[in-house]
Write a protein that binds this ligand. Structure first.
Ligand code: 1GP
Length: 237
């Protein structure tokens, strides 16, 4: 199967997608079976795996364990090239196009190529746009970039369109994990109206209404990390 084609197909059919983001740094392996059961009973369509300090050894083990009991596609959402595992199905090949730090625009991507060439991972070019969300988030700290002004929607649109013109296959509007404010309804709406490629939205979405609102605004795929991390019954509310 081709994960990107399935995302496109869902967009055509207006079927909304949901990714649960698992951070290997925060997972307790003993709880994994229960966690997977909860994911299997949730509306999740994808599992994203990523974090700030992940090592490959844990990553391989974790993915293999998930795959034993779960059929959802596993997509890497890496912070740097050390977070690549050939056990996953695909990788969001991110370029932080809201930032002006060459390391996260192209340097890490160049360094990742020799590793990616040794895997069968499906590589999905993703324009990653960090948007100001109240508090300083890990993405901002780690990438040493400034998020885009959340009120300057025109500039956010322009950034997304630049990503699309450069050949990105997805645009990811990111408020940052644990963000105080999620990406605004208006921003999602305007960006969705102005690009053709699928739109991913995440960061700071803490209830089911937030997911619905993001879909209604035009998000094709919503990412939930912290809320599910804090409450395994999040999707059964
Ligand atoms: C972070 O968009 C994801 O990259 C999810 O954020 O942890 O706030 O759900 P949360």
């Amino acid at each position: 199967t081709n994960i990107y084609n399935e995302i496109i197909q869902s967009k055509v059919e207006r079927k909304k997608l949901l990714a649960v983001l698992l951070d290997p740094d925060k997972l307790v392996l003993e709880n994994l079976d229960l966690l997977i059961t909860k994911i299997n009973h949730s509306p999740a369509s994808h599992i994203f795996i990523g974090g700030s300090h992940v090592t490959t050894t844990i990553l391989n083990e974790l993915i293999l364990k998930i795959k034993q009991n779960c059929n959802l596609p596993i997509v890497l959402f890496p912070g740097n090239p050390s977070q690549i595992s050939d056990k996953a199905d695909a990788i969001l090949f991110l370029s932080l196009i809201s930032g002006r730090n060459p390391d996260y625009l192209i340097e890490h991507q160049v360094n990742a190529v020799p590793i990616l060439k040794q895997t069968d991972l499906e590589v999905i070019s993703t324009g990653y746009i960090l948007i100001e969300s109240g508090n300083e988030t890990a993405v901002e700290r780690v990438s040493k970039t400034k998020p885009l002004d959340r009120n300057n929607i025109d500039y956010i649109i322009q950034t997304a369109q630049a990503g699309e013109m450069l050949g990105n296959k997805l645009i990811y509007l990111e408020a940052g994990s644990g963000a105080e404010l999620p990406v605004s309804f208006q921003t999602i709406k305007k960006v969705a109206q102005n690009i053709e490629i699928p739109l991913v939205v995440g960061g700071g979405i803490v209830d089911l209404q937030g997911i619905k609102d993001s879909y209604a605004a035009g998000a094709d795929l919503v990412v939930i990390g912290t809320a599910f991390e804090n409450d395994m019954n999040f999707f059964n509310q």
